[in-house]
Ligand binder design. Sequence first.
Ligand code: FES
Length: 70
Amino acid sequence: MNAGIRSFRTTPKRKEKRGIFCTIGRCTDCMMIVDGVPNTRTCVAIVRDGMQVKTQEGLGSFEEKKGEDK
Ligand code: FES
């Protein structure tokens, strides 16, 4: 939000933009991909240095982390 970003995700069917709404972890409008994990409610996530936060398109998907064994 400090960077001026207001769209955090898009809806699965209509691709509509969503952003902060409830700010208490109830509505899911703030879900983003955090450190490769989709559907993270960012309004209640604890911020830390090095955190990778990306806009989530639709349902989102897990991203493979480079260098990790499967
Ligand atoms: S803004 Fe509603 S869950 Fe985060």
